[in-house]
Design a binder for this molecule. Structure first.
Ligand SMILES: [Mg+2]
Length: 302
């Protein structure tokens, strides 16, 4: 899939450059090639640290709410493009593929290319690809997750998988949860795409990945490793894909415990918008604060 290819290429390039930089700094005198590499690294690094800020943007409660775009969201995206500011949508929703998200946003009047949408399913598959390339997994989830797992060449199986990978679905079944429990008891490692215990629907909140993970944890005594926000892994993956540096990046979100916590822990500037689940009074209950609190993205000028 194109998205994954683009991601992996960008990631590999940046990693390679930073590795060479490390070697040149501590190793013997660099050869001409290495000097060129170091110079280009310095240039890339300087570009990443200056210029327009990279924007990591949460989706639900920031750009859309239910089945509507937040007023001013389309204009905000236009301002980012006009300013040449790289941006990426970060969503813990692992149910949909980036193309599904793209189509859904388009139907709400928001034009965002699929390769600018980074889901916890993509973050999870990339994490597994690095940890254990070409492995196997028993997956509970929908197309967003199964597609991402196929794209990294993972075999999806119930027979002695390396991992049980739990994502979001509207059709959690007792049979699949039982299978997951037995596989984990048999030695499979337990990964979950995101720790959210509830998720939004038009009819109200529904139990989400974090709640089902808690059930499996209770049954097995094995804790899941959650890859989605607030795990800084997700922010770092997105920054790497944008070729951006955390010092020149901002995280915009509507949740203190995921978006703002993740932004702070990754060293980003943080903006809390009040167009989602958090009110200004709620902020006081947390031991950390965002750099800025705004009514919505309509107020953000890149
Ligand atoms: Mg949100």
């Amino acid at each position: 899939m194109l998205v994954e290819e683009v991601c992996c290429q960008a990631a590999t390039g940046v990693e390679y450059r930073s590795m060479r930089r490390g070697e040149a700094a501590s190793g013997p005198p660099a050869s001409t090639n290495e000097e060129t590499m170091t110079q280009s690294t310095r240039k890339t690094s300087e570009t990443a640290k200056s210029g327009p800020k990279a924007h990591l943007i949460d989706m639900d409660g920031v750009l859309i709410t239910g089945n509507q775009a937040i007023p001013g969201a389309a204009e905000f995206l236009n301002r980012l493009r006009a300013a040449g500011a790289p941006f990426m949508l970060l969503t813990n929703n692992s149910r949909l593929t980036p193309h599904d998200h793209h189509a859904r946003l388009q139907s709400l009047g928001l034009e965002i290319e699929a390769d600018c949408i980074f889901t916890s399913a993509l973050a999870t598959s990339r994490f597994l690809h690095r940890q254990r390339p070409g492995g196997s997994a028993y997956v509970i989830g929908e197309a967003g997750l199964t597609t991402a797992m196929h794209d990294i060449g993972y075999r999806l199986t119930e027979h002695e998988p390396d991992y049980v990978v739990l994502g979001e679905t509207n059709t959690y079944s007792f049979a699949t949860i039982t299978t997951a429990v037995r596989l984990i008891q048999g030695g499979a490692r337990f990964i979950a795409t995101n720790p959210d215990v509830v998720g939004p629907t038009d009819q109200g909140q529904v139990p989400a990945c974090g709640a089902v993970a808690a059930m499996i944890q209770a049954a097995t005594g094995v804790q899941a490793y959650f890859v989605g926000k607030p795990n800084p892994l997700m922010m770092r993956s997105a920054l790497r894909q944008l070729g951006a540096h955390s010092e020149n990046a901002v995280m915009i979100g509507d949740r203190m415990d995921t978006d703002i916590a993740a932004g702070i822990e990754s060293g980003l500037e943080t903006i809390l918008v009040l167009s989602g689940v958090t009110s200004e009074e709620d902020v006081e209950r947390y031991p950390y604060r965002p750099d800025r609190i705004l009514k919505s993205v309509a107020q953000i000028k890149p």
